[in-house]
Design a protein around this ligand. Structure first.
Ligand SMILES: Nc1ncnc2c1ncn2[C@@H]1O[C@H](COP(=O)(O)OS(=O)(=O)O)[C@@H](OP(=O)(O)O)[C@H]1O
Length: 398
């Protein structure tokens, strides 16, 4: 064995000890920095994600999320995949085709957009023609019982099955009496509407193997699925994954019905709705579970609580700053018709009046937050395609 002189041996031991201390300190500091990360702003490292596809499902709080994305696009000068010509959606209820997007019509040069969030029926290969490879995909689901009740009120005049039934109770008591496949896609909102929006067959039997395969499809494609009943927690997680600022995801609820146009449902009617929309129910149960697992893994309960509190506090602050009386108004109370949301069926869809005493900059910021979907889309379209005829919104002319 090699024997070292006493001085060299001590020196060698000191170097070893020093190396050990540095190693332990580095490990501690690394853990420590991660511990303090939430206090330091808590954002994951890297620039914000700017290529985002949001599958806007129907009657799920999706207009509130769309507003967040439109604002982000406008304030960061990003491009949006908007419906071509005078259309207001991307081909719904037909499966999405790239040519439904303005500026992509063949044989023109294909280009990509940053943000895509208008209603469409999901069709991945065609969406991929529009969005870059590194796009972040996400969507939103709502409890199918309340989603169906909301859809009934909204599409009562348009969906043949709803029109024939007259009331949701009557429809749920005997859905097969009113719902016929012969009516084709026009009946889609009447059964498993979220399953349909994802591009699947909304009339398929809820066989275990089939359901699991489709859930796996959604898991593979969508990095996140928000849940309307837990929108604030969902938005906190979204912000974390996209590395956006707090104000980017603060939003006022849009497209909500006034409480008097919401129908209460008996426990029996709720059970019937869950059975009738069994595919949506499986979808909702699955992604409600995975949302919480995800939140636990990414944020942990303490950080989630503090981030949700921050989000709510900021929303309250902006409501007091921007909104007349700090709250939503029913359709007849909205004074500026350009801020009146589209009204459908028997629903009274609420909107907002802005405070009158706002300076220009604040007014612009507040106005973006309360601009309804169709008006905001028309605004972005005019900005993005100044050479094209502007989108005409007929209900603003009445
Ligand atoms: N957290 C939260 N924030 C905002 N809105 C919420 C939320 N949760 C549910 N909802 C309800 O979602 C309904 C509107 O959904 P959408 O905007 O997706 O409708 S649409 O398909 O674009 O017409 C509309 O439902 P109804 O009021 O029942 O009709 C909203 O009230």
């Amino acid at each position: 064995m090699l024997s070292l002189p006493g001085g060299t041996q001590r020196c060698f031991q000191a170097i070893l000890l020093l190396a050990l201390i540095v190693f332990l300190l580095a490990g501690f500091l690394h853990r420590d920095i991660r511990l303090f990360a939430p206090l330091l702003g808590g954002q994951a490292e890297g620039p914000p994600i700017i290529n985002v596809m949001f599958l806007k499902t129907h009657k799920t709080a999706s207009s509130t999320v769309l507003n967040i994305l439109f604002r982000f696009a406008e304030t960061h000068n990003l491009s949006v995949a908007l419906p071509a010509g005078s259309r207001f959606h991307l081909g719904y209820p037909w499966l999405f085709l790239a040519r439904y997007v303005e500026g992509l019509e063949p044989p023109g040069p294909q280009r990509h957009f940053n943000i895509m969030c208008n209603h469409l029926r999901f069709n991945l290969p065609e969406v991929q023609k529009v969005m870059p490879n590194d796009t972040f995909y996400f969507s939103i689901l709502r409890n199918p019982v309340f989603q169906l009740e909301s859809a009934f009120a909204y599409y009562r005049k348009d969906v043949p099955a709803f029109r024939a039934a007259g009331s949701l109770d009557a429809f749920l008591a005997a859905p097969r009496t009113y719902y016929h496949r012969g009516a084709g896609l026009r009946n889609a909102p009447a059964r498993n509407g979220m399953w349909f929006d994802l591009g699947f067959d909304n009339d398929a039997p809820a066989d275990e193997a089939y359901v699991r395969a489709r859930l796996a499809d959604v898991e593979r494609r969508f990095q996140l699925v928000l849940i309307a009943e837990h929108l604030d927690e969902s938005l906190v997680l979204l912000r974390h994954l996209l590395r956006w600022r707090l104000d980017d995801v603060v939003a006022f609820p849009l497209n909500s019905r006034s409480p008097r146009s919401v129908a209460g449902l008996s426990p029996e009617a709720r059970a019937r709705a869950r059975r009738w929309c069994a595919l949506d129910w499986r979808l909702y149960e699955h992604f409600n579970r995975t949302l919480w697992a995800r939140v636990r893994a990414e944020l942990g309960p303490r950080r989630l609580r503090s981030e949700v509190a921050r989000l709510r506090a900021r929303r309250r602050e902006l409501a007091a700053r921007c909104l007349q009386d700090g709250e939503a108004k029913s359709r007849s109370q909205i004074t500026d018709r350009r801020l009146r949301p589209y009204q459908s069926g028997v629903a009274d869809i609420m909107g907002y009046n802005l405070r009158r005493d706002l300076d220009n900059q604040t007014r612009q910021m507040c106005r973006r937050m309360v601009t309804p979907e169709l008006q905001y889309m028309a605004h972005l379209y005019a900005r993005q395609f100044p050479g094209k005829p502007p989108k005409n919104i007929p209900f603003l002319e009445d």
